[in-house]
Design a protein around this ligand. Structure first.
Ligand SMILES: Nc1ncnc2c1ncn2[C@@H]1O[C@H](COP(=O)(O)OP(=O)(O)OP(=O)(O)O)[C@@H](O)[C@H]1O
Ligand SMILES: [Mg+2]
Length: 799
């Protein structure tokens, strides 16, 4: 069994082809990484790679020259033909030395310039067929002249160099063959390998001589300047220590080049700034290290400005903190009251928060988060807190931030990298004792391709982590624990959970018309007067006019639109006064209509008709409460329920449930199986989902099927169960305020929401009648007119 196996192994051995002999017109190639060999020169070569050792040994054995080729990529281990320059010099090996440490070296003499025609396959080392390119034997006058000039310049150069042996000059003197002269000088030339390879590749002797003359001329210039400098530094400083000498030399070189003065000044300035910044020790170490790097860099290097920018960031950050001014609660209350009307509960909670902070300044209190519709004063409360605590206020807008780097910064290796928005704003604030408002935290982009911005923000807000917040750009920790963070949001549910966990949420649901009137009177009117260049002496607005603007021209939970409309009214007044037609303007109801045009909003209840089947529901939206109409109609059909108005799934289910409840209650409706019930919720900006329309749907359907219209001035909200229970809902205050704005007088609410009533301002409560629902049936008496409508219901006429 063994024999055949053995014999195959033996066969294989026998058949391994011996390398073919190297043809006469070919050379064994020795690739080198950082050296160009010229003909007529003697050079030492280290032979590191084993393939190269084999090549050299084979050449020595065959007594053949080697072809030396420069690699175009020095770090390639086993160069292929593409990795080599195809012009080189053949060399003869004069000596082959194996050093005691095992390394191999040869001393070689450059013989002839060659060009590779093709590489030959099948050898254990590179072998190439080559064509030799020799310089002409006959010397023409133009070459002679150039060679003479070159020799003179070369000797001049050698004399400028500090440590050149006299023999070198003598050797050059004795060289008379122009080709040889060119090769020897090219070899001596202190220039890059690429430059030397380029020289080697100039086959035309005249051109090569010209190029050499040019290079030498440049070299001489440089040498002269540096000798001059050396002379001057020597005179300037005698012999102090060497480092100093070098720095002085660099300064003079830079001066010679017309730079430097500024750079040195800049470095001094940065060094001072580092001291002044009072960074933590660890950070200062980093800064000093970078500064040292900067010092050694030429000012023109691309990295120079990167490092400088980095140092500027480091030095301009508020590392040192002024001691926190103690919080004066009485003063804080005064300021909060001065800046904002009403909001008693909110102010109370802010003061409690400040009190805790006062008693325990280093404490890890929660982060305040104001949640509410636009224009209710979230941002301005934040500013007020800053004022009340004597802190700087900075605002960071997070809306639409979907890239983690926007918060945490980019790595410094990016072109144009900067710190993230947190650090940028801290620099702006100039102190760590600031109030930093993180606006629109609910509109933070989701985590995705660009990392998770919420996770980065968590690091900012979490008191456990934020003492060592690490911005990617700075790459050193920065202590954020003294920053007072306040977040704002329109809605709570889109705030990422872990973030919400660390917040103390304070709701600002919106204002009643009365509150708006007060805010306008006390804050918006004076502010807009001033903005229009007026004062109370010259312009006034009546209460009725304000009320009309609030009712007829704005529909919002906050007061932003209101302020804008007041502004336009005053601008109009300012124009009349500026024209000189009047001295003083009193803006009344008629003027408002005149200036602002026809009213933009009617009380919504007036839009309602008395047709049975329409009920007024109340919805919660991020911009405050809204009323919405639920319309039900009956058409000939086959007993289906049709839902339109782009309702969400939850709302559709409420509709089904409402219909089932109605059917169970009024069993004796004729022909229900021959008609479809159609429920529609007219389009509008209100998002139409959520369970709280259940009661309104039930009432609308009952109204439709009994012919009893729903009272115009009644609005309702509540979730229903199939057993007919009314379940509690959220957003009571917003919904009640919306009802009031719309002109509703009676509001039907789930009985289990009674406890929310205390959130509603007393004046609003006084204007409304509340009916508390335990069961759906409780809604009917309050909502439906007692008598059946006189106008015939179209659907019923057909059935
Ligand atoms: N209770 C108030 N008293 C006095 N001024 C108020 C009150 N509420 C709001 N304002 C004023 O209304 C304007 C709008 O408020 P602000 O910009 O703070 O709204 P916001 O809640 O931050 O809204 P957004 O969500 O759109 O950012 C501000 O000029 C603010 O001073
Ligand atoms: Mg705001």
């Amino acid at each position: 069994m063994n024999a055949p196996l053995d014999s195959t192994a033996a066969d294989r051995q026998a058949h391994t082809p011996a390398p073919p002999p190297v043809p006469q017109d070919a050379l064994i190639i020795l690739p080198v990484r950082n050296l160009v060999v010229f003909p007529n020169t003697v050079v030492p070569l280290s032979i590191g790679r084993s393939r190269s050792q084999a090549a050299v040994q084979e050449a020595v054995r065959l007594e053949r020259p080697l072809g030396v080729l420069l690699q175009n990529k020095p770090d390639v281990e086993e160069p292929t033909p593409e990795d080599l320059h195809w012009v080189g010099t053949s060399v003869g090996v004069l000596r082959y030395v194996t050093a005691p440490d095992g390394s191999h070296h040869v001393v070689a003499r450059g013989l002839r310039r060659f060009r590779v025609l093709q590489f030959l396959e099948g050898h254990p080392y590179p072998v190439a067929q080559v064509q030799y390119v020799d310089d002409p034997e006959r010397v023409e006058p133009e070459i002679e002249g150039r060679a003479q000039a070159l020799k003179e310049r070369a000797i001049e150069t050698l004399q400028l160099l500090p440590q050149v042996p006299a023999e070198a000059v003598a050797a050059l003197q004795s060289l008379n063959n122009p080709g040889q002269l060119a090769d020897v000088i090219a070899n001596l030339l202190d220039t890059s390998v690429e430059e030397k390879q380029a020289l080697l590749e100039i086959f035309d002797l005249k051109t090569r001589l010209d190029r050499l003359l040019e290079l030498l001329a440049r070299r001489i210039e440089v040498l002269k300047v540096s000798q001059d400098i050396a002379q001057r530094t020597r005179e300037a400083i005698g012999d102090v220590n060497r480092k100093h000498v070098l720095r002085e030399q660099m300064r003079l070189i830079q001066q010679e080049l017309g730079e430097g003065e500024e750079a040195a000044e800049e470095i001094d300035e940065l060094a001072r700034a580092i001291t002044d910044a009072k960074m933590p020790e660890e950070v200062e170490k980093v800064a000093r290290k970078e500064l040292k790097r900067l010092e050694r860099m030429p000012e023109t290097a691309a990295e120079y400005s990167m490092v400088r920018t980095y140092l500027e960031w480091l030095t301009e950050l508020p590392w040192a903190t002024a001691p926190e001014a103690p919080i004066d609660l009485a003063e804080a209350r005064r300021i909060l009251d001065e800046d904002h009307f009403g909001l008693e509960k909110v102010k109370q909670r802010i003061l409690e928060y400040l009190a805790v902070r006062k008693l325990n300044p280093s404490g890890r209190g929660p982060i305040l988060c104001f949640v509410g519709p636009p224009g209710v004063g979230k941002t301005s409360l934040g500013q007020s807190i800053a004022r009340a605590t004597g802190r700087k206020f900075v605002r960071v807008s997070l809306g639409g931030v979907h890239d983690e780097a926007e918060i945490r910064g980019h790595r410094r290796t990016y072109i144009g990298a900067l710190p993230g928005t947190i650090i940028q704003n801290l620099r702006k604030a100039g102190t760590r004792n600031c109030v930093m408002m993180l606006d629109e935290i609910d509109k933070l982009g989701a985590s995705g391709f660009h990392g998770d911005p919420a996770a980065a923000l968590l690091e900012v807000l979490d008191p456990e982590q934020n003492a060592t917040f690490r911005d990617t750009y700075l790459a050193v920790p920065f202590d954020l624990s003294q920053v007072m963070f306040i977040c704002t949001a329109n809605v709570l549910d889109t705030i990422p959970g872990p973030l919400r966990d660390r917040m103390e949420v304070i709701q600002l649901p919106g204002y009643t018309a009365q509150e708006k009137q007060q805010i306008a009177r006390r804050y918006l009117v004076p502010r807009q007067l001033a903005a229009s260049g007026l004062d109370e002496k010259r312009c006034e607005i009546t209460d009725d006019a304000l009320a009309l603007i609030i009712d007829g021209y704005t529909r919002e939970a906050g007061v932003r639109q209101l302020e804008r409309e007041i502004g336009s009214v005053f601008r109009h007044a300012a124009m009349r006064i500026a024209e000189g037609s009047v001295q003083r303007v009193v803006v009344g109801v008629d003027d408002v209509a005149h200036i602002l045009g026809p009213r933009k909003f009617e009380p919504e209840v007036a839009l309602r008709s008395d047709i049975p089947g329409v009920a007024t529901g109340l919805a919660w939206t991020p911009v405050g409460g809204e009323i919405l109409f639920i319309e039900a109609a009956r058409t000939p059909g086959s007993g289906r329920l049709i839902l339109t108005g782009q309702l969400g799934d939850v709302m559709k289910e409420s509709a089904q449930a409402a219909l089932s409840l109605v059917k169970a209650r009024i069993a004796n409706v004729d022909g229900l199986e021959k008609s479809d019930i159609h429920i529609h919720v007219p389009a509008g900006a209100t998002p139409k989902d959520g369970p709280s329309a259940g009661v309104a749907m039930f009432v609308a359907l009952t109204s439709l099927l009994t012919g009893r219209p729903v009272r115009r001035d009644v609005a309702m909200t509540g979730e229903i169960s199939l057993r007919g229970l009314v379940l509690p809902i959220g957003g009571v205050k917003e919904k009640v305020l919306a009802a009031l704005r719309a002109g509703v007088t009676t509001v039907l609410l789930p009985a289990r929401n009674k406890r929310d009533l205390e959130d509603i301002p007393a004046d609003a409560r006084a204007q409304l009648k509340f009916v508390w629902l335990d069961r759906v049936d409780d809604a009917l008496d309050a909502a439906l007119s007692p008598q059946v409508a006189e106008s015939p219901v179209p659907a019923e006429a057909t059935s």
